[in-house]
Structures are given as C-alpha cells and as structure tokens.
Design a protein around this ligand. Sequence first.
Ligand SMILES: *Cc1c(COP(=O)(O)O)cnc(C)c1O
Length: 391
Amino acid sequence: MIPSVLPTYTRAPLHFVKGEGSWLVEEDGRRFLDLGSGIAVNALGHAHPALVAALTEQAGKLWHVSNLYEIPQQQALADKLVGATFADTVFFTNSGTEACELAVKMARKYWYDKGLPEKTDIIAFSGSFHGRSSAGIAAAGSEKMVKGFGPLLPGFKHLDWRDFDALKDAIDDNTAAVLLEPIQGEGGIRPLPDDELKAIRALCDEKGCLLVLDEVQCGMGRTGRLFAHEWAGIVPDIMMVAKGIGGGFPLGAVLATEEAASGMTAGTHGSTYGGNPLGCAVGCAVMDHVAEPEFLAEVNRKAGFLRQKLEGLIAAHPDIFEEVRGSGLMLGLKVKPAPAEFVKAGYEALVITVPAADNVVRLLPALTISDDEIAEAIARLDAAASALETA
Ligand SMILES: *Cc1c(COP(=O)(O)O)cnc(C)c1O
C-alpha cells in the first residue's frame, strides 16, 4: 500500500523535535551536530532568537495579504537586497524552483521585447540542479530528473560543466541566456573557478546573451561573501536565490538588473504567497545578520579553520576520504565508500551530513557554527570514518 506521504524521498528514521543553533534533538533525546542545515537553509542555525522574534512578532499582526496591495516587509527586504547587490529589482517566490521559472520567463521576455523573439534558448550544464518544476528539470536535463516526465519544456541546451570551448560554439543567435550555479551543489560541490566565471561573463557580453546565476545554494553568505559570484568580481543579469534567505521559512527571490527585468511589466508574472509579510519579515532579519561585513568575515575565518581541520581528517583516513573541495562553509568531502554509507555512519556518530552526486558528502553547517562546534564536528566525522574503516 502506498504510504500516506507520497514516497518520493528515501528517509532516514530520525525524528527531530527541536533545533538549537547547530544542534538537532531527536525524539529519544540524542543531540546531533547538524552539518546539513536542512540543505543550506538554516543559515543562522535553528531557532535563532532574532528570527524567532521576527516571525512571532509578524505572526501576531498580519500573515497574508495579496500582492494587490503594498507590503511594507516585502518592500523593506527588496530594498535591502538591492542595496547589497548588483540588482535593481526583486521578485519574491516561495522556493528555488519558482525562482527558476521566473528567471527563464524573464530572460525570454527580455529578448522578445527587444524585437528578437527567436532568442529563447537557455544553455545549462551537466551536473546542475535548478529545482523540480518543469523549467527546473528541463534546465538540469539529467536522466534521473526528467525520465518519464516528457514532453519537456523546449529550448534548453546542455553542455559539459566547465567546457568553455563548447560554450563558445553553442551560443548563437537563438541563445537567450546561460544559466549556471557558481558552485554546483547537488552535483557534488563542483566550483567554477573565478577566472572561468569571468570568461563566461565576458563571452555572454560579447555574444549578446544574458547570464543567469543560480545562487539558491551557494548564496546568502555561504561562501563568505553575500553571493558567490562576488569572488569573481562579476555581476549576473539575473540571479535566483532561495534556501538561506528565509533561514528556514519558505522564501525565494529573483534579483535582476533594470535592463534584464525590463520585459516584466504589470500582469506578466505573479504569485499568491510570494513576498508575504511573514516570509519577508524573517528574510529582513536574515539579511540584517548575513549581509554584515563582520558576519561574513567570521564565516571566512571559520571556513579557514574548518578547512584546515578537514585536511587533517583526510590525511588520517586515506581509505575513506579523497579530497575536500568547495568554498567557505559550502564544502564537499569526496569519499571512497558510497556517500550514503558515510552519511549513515555519521548518524551513528551523531553528526548530520548530506550526500551529493560525484561521490561527495556535503558539509553545509549553520553560518553561525562556533569554533568549539567545528572541533566537535571533526571529532564526530573522525568517529564515522573510523567506524567505516573497521566495518
Ligand atoms: C535547492 C536548489 C534549487 C531548488 O530549490 P527549491 O526551493 O527546492 O525549489 C534550485 N537550485 C539550486 C542550486 C538548489 O540548490
């Protein structure tokens, strides 16, 4: 008999009942050190007092009004994002995949309004992940995500990740945009080096197409800058954001330049819940912390500490680990056993990690993790590795 919850996830038998900072408490009382953060969502850890205050205060006042009216919390969050980034304008969604839908619509509408309606193709890359909506799966194009769900949304081309020569050949008069994650998350923490992102930006300018960045996972302070593309010193035309921006409340956004957004006039897009007062009140509180230079400096310092400790861990367990890669607090351990095996051994050692493709186990701790918690994380990862060695 089919379970009452549609069985699209293989779930671990863990029932968390409480979260405190970097810790998750199981029903039976065990305390797990959380290096997954709900997959890069709980940027400020669990139950951060400022987020609890923002949410409960707003919950006592007003939950929802339609986007037919002005929403001050939404305006405030948009102003903060515009003030802190390349963007001139923001549309709020409830998730990353909804942001993908709008990013694709926006890119196509831009060229349509420019009198170039043939420019509809989106070029995306192997190993990418852009969510589970029709545009998201068509963009990623991996067999795992699209098999059986055809016919797919047309107009997507797929190239090998980091094949710059193929990209040069592929961009043509029908190309609307190039879409990529500066660091692939689900694909196995596969970063695009800064010089390559710079070269892609220049190529898009030269050939006349938009650059759309998916920073749903790598954005919101995760790499030690507010957004990962800042490391390369470039700006996109359109950017997808979600996960960390709500700190655990469902919230996403599309950020864009005035030029790239110029086709999106009144009536061309909408969302019932997108930009609701609750989500935006929480988003404002997240931004007030994460966008602070001192906060980001701490992320960088802690990332350096964690990375150094991980290098030691890898050296101590050559049969388990191959390498560590990634940026800031978005790290991947390439493992020799199946990633799911390592994640399971982690559960036994009371540490939570997240599997990804390419034999990688992801470490995506709360950006607020302390030095002591990093030391404890290493001890628990060490215990998990040792258990697998003797297994
Ligand atoms: C998680 C993720 C998405 C999809 O976000 P949802 O909120 O699950 O729809 C899109 N892109 C990237 C890079 C992601 O990591």
